[in-house]
Design a protein around this ligand. Structure first.
Ligand code: MG
Length: 362
């Protein structure tokens, strides 16, 4: 029995499993132990691979040896695998552009250009392919970012069951915003309802009738986020201390990352969490925690308390931010942990999700 257990554990650890790409602890271990350990040169500017932020920066001054310039350009990349590629109200094309634009946006970077690499299986319908490209274009046009280079590969239909799109984004920030800058007392703003993307995808894929018109929230957020980046405190410091988009791993994963990297605690209030009735009843029915479900059109914006109402009111004026809410604040106790005050008045820890609740949705 003991030997059997050892063999099971060893064989389990020798292969890539779905949770290695799920945004939770298994993925973080894979990145730390296998990727970071085997790449020796991991930084080209202020933010590098070790920071595991939404993207990284390249310091132009040090790279072109021009000491008069100090600009950091921001770069991020993401491969999008979603099954099925067409889902309620949208498709993988809009997702591939929005995901990358949002990773730049939450670092405070205006998108300058995107690249696009597509791997598509033989037999994929040309009409569907064109619809996907048109959706990529529409999302890119929304935030005025050009798609300037790319690559297309076709593979045997036995080797791949659907399309994969990688996009890389290059942006520029006046001041890079990190996911490690949260300070005790800062307020946490969530720009809209949680779980829409994951739950609408799951219902569509598995054929559940949720009796609602719930659709994915996938959207490029730069136009909304850019409107609050310039806000300053009375002392002239940036109002935003940290930002992140709660994609894989959901709100729970993103808040834990911010708390751990910043060395603060976070307390959120369940009653303040924006969530659609259809999402919360579907989660209840399926035994899924909505805090762990992926979103594709939401951002967590951490701001100084004095600026919280101003930032919130600007975000709410935007179509993608109309349901925004202040959901909690940073504390100096419970460093690295996220706590939630529940609607019945108790406190519970909100942990980093360990596995993939709903695979292949982003
Ligand atoms: Mg991100």
């Amino acid at each position: 029995m003991f030997l059997f257990l050892i063999v099971r554990i060893m064989s389990k650890d020798k292969i890539i499993r779905m949770e290695h790409g799920a945004g939770g602890e298994a993925m973080q271990t894979l990145i730390r132990d296998v990727i970071l350990n085997n790449i020796t040169n991991r930084s080209a500017g202020l933010v590098g691979l070790d920071d595991l932020d939404d993207g990284a920066t390249i310091n132009i001054a040090s790279n072109i040896h021009d000491s008069k310039r100090s600009d950091e350009i921001v770069i991020t990349t993401d491969s999008h695998v979603i099954k099925p590629p067409f889902f309620p109200d949208s498709n993988i094309g809009r997702l591939a552009v929005s995901g990358t634009v949002n990773d730049l946006a939450v670092m405070g970077a205006a998108p300058l250009a995107l690249t696009c690499a597509i791997v598509v299986p033989e037999g994929f319908e040309l009409d569907s392919f064109e619809k996907i490209i048109r959706s990529m274009n529409a999302a890119a046009e929304e935030v005025g970012v050009p798609i300037i280079t790319g690559d297309t590969k076709t593979v045997d239909r036995n080797g791949l069951d659907s399309i994969i799109i990688n996009t890389t984004g290059i942006g520029i920030a006046d001041e890079v915003i990190r996911d490690c800058g949260l300070c005790p007392g800062d307020r946490i703003i969530l720009t809209g309802t949680i779980g829409d993307h994951g739950i609408s995808l799951l219902a569509h894929r598995e054929g559940f009738d949720l009796n609602t018109d719930l659709v994915s929230d996938v959207a490029p957020l730069w136009n909304m986020i850019r409107s609050v980046i310039p806000i300053r405190t009375i002392e002239g410091k940036p109002a935003i201390s940290a930002m992140k988009d709660p994609t894989r791993g959901g709100l729970a994963g993103a808040l834990n990352e911010i708390a751990q990297k910043s060395g603060t605690g976070i307390i959120i209030d369940q009653k303040d969490l924006p969530i659609k009735g259809s999402v919360s009843s579907a989660c209840e029915m399926l035994g899924i925690d909505p805090l762990e479900v992926a979103n594709e059109g939401k951002a967590i914006i951490c701001v100084k308390a004095e600026n919280a109402e101003e930032v919130l009111s600007i975000i709410r004026k935007h179509e993608y931010g109309k349901d925004a809410a202040i959901i909690g604040e940073a504390t100096d106790s419970n460093s690295g942990k996220v706590l939630m005050r529940t609607t019945i008045g108790s406190m519970r820890y909100v942990d980093t999700p360990t596995g993939d609740l709903i695979p292949r949705i982003c």
